[in-house]
Design a protein around this ligand. Structure first.
Ligand code: FES
Ligand SMILES: [Fe+2]
Length: 450
């Protein structure tokens, strides 16, 4: 029997922010889906009058009820019995809002790297910009304004870039100071985000409270890569990233050089999950990447493996030509082979980050959802170079550009199919599609079993 989660009790919300009306409607149906973004302490009696009955029966609200209640969104834990997520999960604005409030509030996401044009004026990475105590820099995650702050004891914080008084931007640009002072009316916070002082508030009753402090989102670092979780993380960052770090053995990201790319950030067709699903889809390699001398020719397909490691998944294969693989003794010893060499390690860190290790270095893809546009993805692409000589051969040997183009073309066609109205729920080809199944199941668990 498929397990269907019973519908949790409905709890009205206390409107707290300028979040979209749709989000509030969704929250009105199920309190916990909005935690921790838009729901403070629920005060059902006090605010129930704020929720017109029309809202509870709006199309968005009905959709969320269906997601929560119906079998049509269920992804079974057993790939042999599971159906893929329905097309609606890839086209619906309500589903995307729900993902932002649930899935992206409990999984780690990479903070986008600084744009190449910004590096021309100041070549430091985000991590370097917040290396010294007191340093801060504004960032944006899924269109939400935030800033990174290094405290005086070396801890890294991610705060909303929104003043708790009347919502002015707190940090307009990079800087370094002991306190954060709001430009609008002078409210001050310390480097831990605690309210310190504001002129005129000396005799205000019941003030300050924790609502006057800045919300402190978890942040984590791996060399120049910074990560954040916009809520309470389901897993500690170190646990998520440990299998990735172990797999690369003696490789050390420190010192790998960022090389600017043309089209580092592109808005592409297709929901962000389609891009991640496509990435997990090794079954398509002999079809989509079949051109002579292409990816299917470059790897030893019989050796291709998909490994599932909690919130991260590794795909890897030996190179057909050992000269195109990692040198011996570099990667984790489990990959060692008398004659064969690993062509690449392709990691997907759930939900939307891929870390692709090649002998030349690291190619990073981030599939960022675009709020309000469920059928578009902000595709970030960065290169960190370990070996410049082999990097120069990346397109010839590792075909980074061609594989990307072949995938984008396939995704464009799938995106058309998704919105055609003719897209039934698919099935998974057992073991050979265990990666796509793993991805769909994790989405289901995060969004529907929230
Ligand atoms: S908005 Fe920041 S002090 Fe008023
Ligand atoms: Fe592909």
């Amino acid at each position: 029997m498929e397990r269907v989660r019973p519908s949790p009790p409905s709890v009205p919300i206390r409107p707290r922010s300028v979040a979209g009306g749709l989000l509030e409607v969704i929250g009105a149906i199920h309190l916990e889906v909005l935690e921790p973004w838009t729901v403070a302490e629920a005060r059902p009696r006090e605010h129930s009058a704020l929720l017109p009955a029309a809202l509870a029966s709006s199309p968005e609200a009905r959709f969320v009820r269906r997601v929560m209640d119906a079998r049509e969104f269920h992804v079974d834990a057993d790939p042999r019995r599971a159906h893929a997520l329905p097309a609606e999960a890839f086209t619906s604005e309500a589903f995307l809002e729900r993902e932002l409030a649930t899935l992206f509030a409990k999984h780690w996401t990479l903070l986008p790297l600084r744009a190449s044009h910004e590096l021309r004026d100041d070549p430091r990475s985000l991590a370097e910009m917040v290396r010294t105590r007191g340093a801060r820099v504004p960032v944006s995650v899924f269109d939400r304004p935030l800033f990174l702050q290094r405290d005086w004891d070396g801890g890294l914080h991610l705060f909303p870039n929104v003043c708790t008084h009347a919502w002015h931007t707190l940090v307009p640009g990079p800087g370094r100071e002991r306190t954060i002072r709001c430009p609008q009316h002078g409210r001050e916070f310390d480097c831990l985000g605690k309210f310190v002082h504001q002129p005129g508030f000396e005799k205000i009753e019941g003030f300050p409270t924790k609502d006057d402090d800045l919300r402190d989102f978890p942040a984590a670092e791996w060399e120049d890569l910074l990560f954040a979780c916009l809520g309470a993380p389901a897993r500690a960052f170190d646990d998520v990233i440990a299998p990735v770090r172990a797999s690369i053995g003696k490789l050390d990201l420190a010192g790998w050089r960022r090389v600017p790319l043309v089209g580092e950030v592109r808005e592409l067709e297709g929901n962000w999950k389609q891009h991640a699903w496509n990435y997990m889809d090794s079954l398509h390699i002999p079809y989509i990447h079949k051109r002579p001398g292409g990816l299917a020719d470059a790897v030893d397909l019989a050796s291709y493996r998909t490994e599932l490691h909690g919130a991260a998944s590794l795909q890897w294969a030996y190179a057909k030509d050992p000269a195109h693989g990692f040198e011996p003794g570099v990667l984790d010893p489990r990959f060692e082979h008398a004659e064969k060499r690993v062509y690449a390690l392709w990691w997907l860190v759930f939900p939307n980050l891929t870390l692709n290790f090649y002998p030349w270095g690291l190619s990073i893809n981030l599939y960022a959802p675009v709020p309000g546009k469920p059928q578009r993805t902000l595709f970030h692409w960065y290169h960190l170079v370990r070996d410049p000589a082999r990097y120069a051969k990346r397109d010839k040997i590792w075909m980074t550009q061609v594989v990307d183009e072949e995938d984008v073309d396939a995704l464009t066609q799938v995106a058309r199919g998704v919105r055609s109205g003719f897209a039934p729920r698919g099935r998974f080809a057992g073991e050979s599609e265990k990666g796509p199944h793993w991805f769909h199941r994790l989405v289901y668990e995060a969004v529907v079993e929230a």
